[in-house]
Design a binder for this molecule. Structure first.
Ligand SMILES: O=C(O)c1cc(C(=O)O)c2c(n1)C(=O)C(=O)c1cc(C(=O)O)[nH]c1-2
Length: 266
């Protein structure tokens, strides 16, 4: 796992809170997935409907696992206030009642793009690399200490800006997606800000030794790699389409799903 590959000296004096915070912030500033070629093409309006639909289908796999990894993190806390705060994250995605929450909003995004919710829910078209990236994140949160699992969520420091860029890009370049479908992204701007503003002081307070601080920075790097690898996988499927010259649209609403993406799990 990449966290093990990151050298940890752990021998130095701990960084002061300001330096540590700056080092944490520098991670997504340098390697967040907003720079990934697939996202760059999305923002430039260069994606075909088939490519955008493939992204929506595959990103749903990430979305539906966020409350799972948050439940694993919650189980590590021995403090009621912390558990309450983390429970809210789960509710942000699952809703408090049926028909609410981020997962429901993502399903509506799919519908706004012409993808039936049953196709998202089936998971049939999730690419192998996307499965591995998401498993990697969930298992990281399962196995690593709370400090590192919470530090990994700090990619959200960069997410609100990306959400704004994405909303602008969708409105400008992909008007065939019904406007109501963008509610997921609009809601996440505030939630991402609040989540990262809450998590950052926890990480700064919990990491008392240099080794813990370095582990937190490594966790955040690992999470950036998860997001990057996820897009690599989607991008490779896109490249395979172009190579085959098909440009097959896998996502149009209909009772019969299109053929699976190249490399998709059958
Ligand atoms: O669309 C994106 O680019 C993006 C990125 C991230 C992120 O940075 O991890 C999250 C989300 N979206 C998101 O919607 C979301 O709910 C979320 C939760 C978390 C997390 O690690 O706890 N990251 C993200």
């Amino acid at each position: 796992m990449s966290t093990l590959a990151v050298p940890r000296t752990g021998t130095g004096e701990p960084w002061g809170p300001e330096e540590f915070t700056a080092r944490l912030r520098a991670v997504p500033a340098g390697r967040y997935h907003d720079r990934h070629p697939f996202n760059v093409r999305m923002h430039n309006g260069a994606l075909t409907p088939a490519e955008l639909r493939r992204w929506i289908v595959n990103r749903f796999h990430y979305q539906r696992h966020i409350p799972v990894k948050d439940a694993l993190i919650l189980a590590k806390f021995d403090d009621s206030a912390l558990r309450r705060a983390w429970l809210r994250r789960i509710q942000d995605h699952d809703g408090v009642t049926e028909g609410e929450g981020g997962i429901e909003r993502w399903l509506r995004l799919g519908e706004a793009a012409g993808i039936r919710r049953s196709r998202l829910l089936s998971g049939d078209e999730v690419l192998p690399g996307v499965r591995l990236a998401v498993d990697g994140y969930v298992n990281f949160c399962r196995l690593r200490p709370a400090l590192e699992a919470v530090a990994a969520s700090l990619t959200e420091l960069a997410a609100p800006t990306l959400m704004r860029t994405r909303i602008d890009a969708f409105e400008r370049h992909y008007p065939w997606i019904e406007a109501g479908g963008l509610a997921y992204f609009r809601t996440r701007i505030g939630q991402g800000r609040r989540d990262s503003a809450e998590a950052l002081p926890l990480v700064v307070a919990w990491a008392r030794t240099r080794e813990q601080q370095e582990a937190a920075v490594a966790a955040l790097r690992f999470k950036c790699d998860v997001l990057w690898a996820l897009l690599d996988s989607i991008d490779t499927a896109t490249a395979a389409d172009s190579g085959a010259g098909t440009g097959t649209d896998l996502g149009v609403a209909g009772d019969t799903p299109g053929p699976p993406a190249p490399g998709a799990r059958r």
